[in-house]
Design a protein around this ligand. Structure first.
Ligand code: SF4
Ligand code: SF4
Length: 91
């Protein structure tokens, strides 16, 4: 399961502590997702998979934009991209 947590550091720490007290194992995201701009043909297929808004259409250029700051690493777009432009990088 991937959780996207935001908030103050104090509340973040409390949330992590709460999850661990429930017996859950919590690991930081140790991967990042990038887009190969040479491969991407701006077909828009990946938009259907991205729930965070990290992939969206620029209304001026009508091209698909990838904002890594909004990406939670769910990897759904990686499997959904027909030309394998989205890739996972292990850190
Ligand atoms: S599905 Fe792949 S090729 Fe299509 S817009 Fe997304 S990253 Fe680009
Ligand atoms: S990995 Fe998930 S959150 Fe990141 S761009 Fe792909 S679908 Fe969006």
């Amino acid at each position: 399961m991937v959780l996207d947590l935001t908030g103050t550091k104090k509340n973040f720490d409390r949330a992590i502590l709460y999850l661990r007290e429930l017996g859950l194992s919590v690991e930081p995201l140790s991967k990042s997702v990038t887009r190969n701009t040479d491969r991407c043909m701006h077909c828009g297929s990946c938009l259907a998979f991205c729930s965070t808004g990290a992939l969206y259409i620029d209304n001026n250029t009508m091209e698909v934009v990838f904002d890594p700051e909004k990406c939670n690493g769910c990897e759904l777009c990686v499997k959904g991209c027909p030309v394998r432009a989205m890739t996972i990088n292990l850190l």
